[in-house]
Design a protein around this ligand. Structure first.
Ligand SMILES: Nc1ncnc2c1ncn2[C@@H]1O[C@H](COP(=O)(O)OP(=O)(O)OP(=O)(O)O)[C@@H](O)[C@H]1O
Ligand SMILES: C[C@@](O)(CCO)CC(=O)[O-]
Ligand SMILES: [Mg+2]
Length: 437
């Protein structure tokens, strides 16, 4: 089927978990904020042929073209081993009717169908490294816009991949938003609260494809932006409180660049819970109390008294994360140096096992020189980098390409280079100017 595609871009931010990673998966409260200047962008354009679905994800070195009629909907398919649009529609309706996140288990039949497509069409190398990226893409595609062909999806991001800053969730949100538009589920480009609830729900399904059992915090922050206190509920009716006026806590985000897999870390913690249920129950609920206490401090933030309190909670939270095996010697180097220089408190953020740590600073004016020493030492000795980014800000959105700067943005995204090289200050400014709120 030939579709005329007017190019468009969707975007979603990464996140920083302040307190409550891992325990969030077990229904404990978790608090996180968007890092709105570190974002993923998805450009949708016409593909090279009307019969292909094409993806180009240069940041993870994954590109592929599927044939719509041969790989997705071959005419020889029977109702028992094939999929047609009607079958896709039924699964979409089933997922969409559910009123809670508990209804959102992946459908076995569709997952198996996609598994076969991936096994039949990707090279061994792509299967090894990109299986879950392909599963997330295809699961959302078969639900949200299976009638659409002749489309190319290009993702570029200035958010580090797999560093604990929610890159997978931001991708899932970008894909959901784009596919809802392509599939006619969303009409306008300005998102209402109701639209965002739907984006949140479907991007959670995308995260399930990547992680197995996510709590839902990462996609919630990528969708709604700002800062949220989140709690997964056993009845599936998750609590999500947007924290208004979230303070700009003085902090440093340090990226160790040590690769890790959130999926593996979550499953290692699950194993620990099965082996030591009583011990783990105590640790996870302590983490939950830390997040609750942290949220009440952040809601009435006053730098003088709140920073020492937050730093203490950071120390305890990190200690508990170490005890459940999700730190890494590379992260401990950051903690050790911040303790030695006495500039504040450091904890890992996100799933751990590598990736990023956040350091909440006690007095960033008084300790200016020590903070410089901290950053320089980590960079020179270990090659770590740090990010300057505000917390909170815009969540999921469309970028308008119809304005006069649209062509410049389009050119930058179609250039043949990986994500972070294209994000010049000029491009970032244009993207911000053209964001549809
Ligand atoms: N720029 C990108 N382009 C394409 N896929 C991406 C990109 N960034 C992330 N992904 C997808 O997300 C996966 C990494 O997700 P993972 O959950 O392990 O890390 P994270 O989301 O960055 O960290 P955390 O979950 O701890 O916050 C990649 O393997 C890929 O499938
Ligand atoms: C490790 C985890 O708690 C945070 C990953 O950013 C997983 C999740 O909550 O989905
Ligand atoms: Mg992730």
């Amino acid at each position: 089927m030939q579709n005329i595609i007017e190019p468009f871009i969707t975007s979603a931010p990464g996140k920083v978990i302040i307190f409550g990673e891992h325990s969030a998966v077990y229904g404990e409260p978790v608090i996180a904020a968007a890092v709105s200047s570190l974002r993923s962008y998805l450009l949708v354009t016409q593909a090279s042929s009307p019969n292909v679905i094409e993806l180009d994800f240069p940041d993870i070195k994954f590109d592929h073209k599927w044939s719509y009629t041969q790989d997705f909907f071959p005419s020889s398919a029977t109702s028992t081993n094939g999929f047609d649009l009607e079958k896709c529609r039924k699964i979409f309706v089933k997922h969409n009717q559910g009123t809670t996140d508990l209804d959102l288990e992946l459908e076995d039949e569709l997952t198996q169908y996609i598994d076969t497509i991936i096994k039949n069409t990707l090279t061994e190398e792509k299967k090894q490294f990109h299986y879950y990226a392909a599963l997330c893409f295809l699961y959302l595609y078969f639900n949200l816009c299976p009638q659409v062909s002749g489309v190319k999806f290009t993702i570029k991001s200035n958010l580090p991949v797999g560093a604990g800053l929610g890159s997978s969730a931001s991708i899932s949100v970008c894909l959901t938003l784009a596919m809802c538009k392509l599939g006619g589920i969303l009409s306008g480009m300005s998102l209402s609260e109701k639209d965002k609830k739907m984006i949140n729900k479907w991007s959670y399904i995308g995260e399930k494809c990547t992680h197995g059992t996510p709590s839902g915090i990462d996609n919630a922050v990528a969708t709604f932006g700002g800062a949220v206190l989140f709690q997964k509920q056993v009845d599936g009716k998750n609590k999500l409180e947007v924290i208004e006026n979230f303070p700009q806590i003085p902090m440093i985000l340090t990226n160790t660049k040590i690769p890790k897999s959130t999926k593996k870390l979550i499953s290692d913690v699950r194993k620990l819970c099965e082996e030591n249920p009583k011990i783990m129950k105590g640790i996870l609920s302590s983490m939950g109390y830390i997040a609750e206490t942290g949220a009440s401090i952040l809601k009435k933030f006053d730098a003088q008294t709140s920073l020492p309190q937050l730093i203490e909670l950071v120390r305890i939270n990190h200690g508990l994360l170490v005890s459940i095996g999700v730190s890494h010697p590379g992260l401990e180097k950051i903690k050790l140096l911040s303790d030695t220089l006495k500039i504040g408190g450091t904890k890992l953020t996100g799933a751990g096992g590598g990736g990023c740590a956040l350091t909440i600073l006690l007095d960033h004016e008084e300790d200016r020189l020590k903070i410089e020493e901290f950053k320089n030492t980590l960079h020179e000795r270990y090659g770590y980098d740090n990010f300057d980014t505000d917390l909170g800000g815009t969540g999921s959105c469309f970028i308008d390409l119809s304005k006069k700067n649209g062509g410049e943005i389009l050119n930058a995204f179609t250039e043949n280079s990986a994500g972070d090289q294209i994000f010049t200050p000029e491009l970032l400014q244009l993207l911000q100017l053209n964001t549809i709120l």
